[in-house]
Design a protein around this ligand. Structure first.
Ligand code: ADA
Length: 564
């Protein structure tokens, strides 16, 4: 699915579809840096978007998946290859010449290159071995697939090429700041641009370009604010003498005040789920209908909030969240990273870059109100502070119109909370670590809510909103039990019922993201992961509802606050 922005004047070669394919098993594959596309014997096919290792014959294998297809360019000159995300690392070649590489999983990549008019061969080598990226380790609790998992295309680049036009709401009556980012080659100095909102006639403006950037302010002719109740969207088309870009955005403000999250000046309570991009069989390369179906199920439960765990989201999915009026917490890739890793120079630089790139990519989605990073990493270790500071600085340097947070499981020992605008707590009362054989220890749940309220009410955190960013229990679909004990649908439903009541009853909590929307594949290695799935979904991997579905739907419907 081709997400916003669009470039109406450019020649676009859509790369989605069927590619030739060959897999080189890890034992015989060179390091990705040494891979050459010469002489590869393509013996099968794969689809883009897609992952090559979700189904047989390559399920579970690690190595290099090589994709090839032919393209034709009408004109010679500068082109750009863009892709919404590779797994885990990739190199892209045109006629055996490398045009770009990335070792940032799930992050949009863009490579500029020169090419003659006519036919060319594009090769993408995707390495899904853990050593191909510093960003992923085998201990993450979600399966690491390999492939070109999101939309890809190639466009011809004109002389005054615009990369993005980021729109920031200055006031709900339609005043906006527009930050223009140009591709290389746009000279410093004055540039004539056209600015058009909502398909109206463009207004001529002059901007001053410096270092590939320019800024201007403008006023929308017919402003309508975006909100979940009324997710009104606007478009902005910016033209240069040779290029045009159309961005979609929403007018809305987000702030933290006195411990509450305010959207458009009004306090909101975020009620919803953590969601992996996960198909039952095919892994993370979901199609538009699947994304939409998940959002419809969330809407049926009267949810207004999604934490996109634990990586930058599919842009097409965020487009749908904008249209349907969901709030989103988007986060950069990370999971339980230990102190040594957080202090490692290469990991450090990759994390900062990943956070920055995520913000640039998603900057125009009104649905995204929270930027997150480093899920459950070692935020209790003083050596981690420089990275937490560097990431939050990088995010705020790109965008100061949203709130910054991370999901913490170090609680009172955390030494990085000062860097966050919002405190996110991941905790599993009555599931992990109760340390005894007593069934259904549900009295632990309100105690847990009390505990984090107390933490957030410390003088230094009092003004920060508080979110329960993960809480839940496993249930195997179809497992029922007369005493409603662990792993039964009854147990999970009862636990979630208490969690919802506690969140709704407490003003100090600005939100809840239940863990998790649907069962998603991980590794079998742990005794906690029967079937090789994380089974804490309210739906199983086929979106079959467990008992918790009705509980959430009925409770949130009764609360009335989140329906549209
Ligand atoms: C963590 C983590 C999730 C998942 C969850 C669980 O809090 O952030 O990705 O692993 O626990 O199911 O235990």
């Amino acid at each position: 699915m081709k997400p916003y922005p669009s470039y109406p004047h450019r020649e676009v070669v859509d790369l989605d579809g069927v590619w030739d394919f060959h897999f080189i098993p890890g034992e015989t594959a060179p390091a990705l840096a040494d891979f050459s596309p010469k002489g590869v014997a393509y013996d099968t096919i794969e689809t883009v978007p897609g992952v090559f290792d979700a189904t047989l014959p390559l399920a579970g294998q690690r190595g290099i998946g090589v994709y090839r297809r032919h393209v034709t360019f009408a004109r010679g000159g500068r082109h750009i290859f863009t892709c919404g995300g590779f797994l885990l690392a990739a190199r892209v070649f045109l006629d055996d010449r490398e045009i770009g590489r990335t070792d940032q999983p799930y992050l949009a990549a863009r490579f500029v290159f020169d090419a003659k008019a006519g036919g060319h061969e594009v090769v993408v080598a995707c390495d899904n071995r853990f050593e191909s990226t510093p960003m992923w380790k085998p201990f993450y609790d979600f399966y690491a697939y390999g492939g070109i998992c999101r939309h890809a295309d190639i466009m011809a680049l004109p002389a005054e090429a615009i990369r993005r036009a980021a729109v920031t709401t200055l006031s709900l009556d339609g005043a906006v700041r527009i930050d223009l980012f140009f591709e290389e080659g746009v000279a410093d100095g004055d540039l004539a641009v056209g600015i058009a909102f909502d398909g109206r006639a463009p207004r001529a403006r002059k901007v001053r370009v410096a270092g590939g950037r320019a800024s201007l302010t403008a006023k929308l002719p017919c402003p309508t604010p975006w909100s979940p109740e009324s997710p009104a969207l606007h478009t902005l088309t910016v033209t240069t003498p040779s290029d045009a870009i159309t961005e979609r955005f929403g007018l809305r403000t987000v702030e933290a005040r006195d411990g509450r999250i305010l959207v458009n000046g009004k306090p909101v309570k975020l009620m919803g789920y953590n969601r992996h991009e996960a198909d039952a069989d095919l892994g993370p390369a979901l199609g538009p209908q699947q994304h939409l179906q998940d959002l419809r199920l969330l809407r049926e439960m009267h949810c207004n909030f999604i934490r996109g765990c634990h990586y930058p989201q599919n842009q097409g999915f965020l487009d749908l969240c904008d249209q349907l009026g969901f709030f989103v917490w988007e986060e950069a890739l990370g999971w339980g990273n230990p102190p040594q890793q957080l202090a490692d120079k290469v990991f450090f630089a990759h994390q900062v870059e990943a956070a920055r790139a995520m913000v640039r990519e998603s900057v125009n989605h009104p649905s995204v109100i929270l930027w997150g990073f480093l899920n459950e990493a070692a935020s209790d270790s003083p050596e981690s502070r420089p990275l937490y500071k560097a990431i939050t600085d990088a995010i705020r340097g790109e965008d100061s119109s949203r709130l910054v947070t991370y999901a913490c499981n170090r609680y009172e020992k955390d030494v990085c909370l000062e860097f966050a605008d919002v405190i996110g707590i991941n905790v599993y009362p009555a599931w992990y670590g109760t340390g005894c054989e007593k069934p259904r220890e549900f009295d632990l749940i309100p105690k847990c809510f009390d505990r984090f309220e107390k933490l957030a009410n410390r003088p230094e955190f009092r003004k920060k909103p508080l979110i329960m960013s993960e809480i839940g229990a496993g249930a195997i679909y179809g497992c029922h039990d007369r005493i409603a004990s662990e792993w039964s649908e009854e147990y999970q439903a009862d636990l979630i019922a208490i969690v919802i009541d506690e969140t709704l009853a407490r003003k100090r909590y600005s939100g809840l993201a239940i863990w998790q929307f649907c069962d998603a594949r991980t590794y079998v290695s742990s005794t906690n992961r029967p079937r090789g799935f994380n089974n804490k979904g309210t739906f199983d991997e086929f979106r079959r509802p467990k008992m918790a579905f009705r509980v959430v739907r009925d409770k949130l419907a009764r609360s009335g606050a989140y329906s549209r």
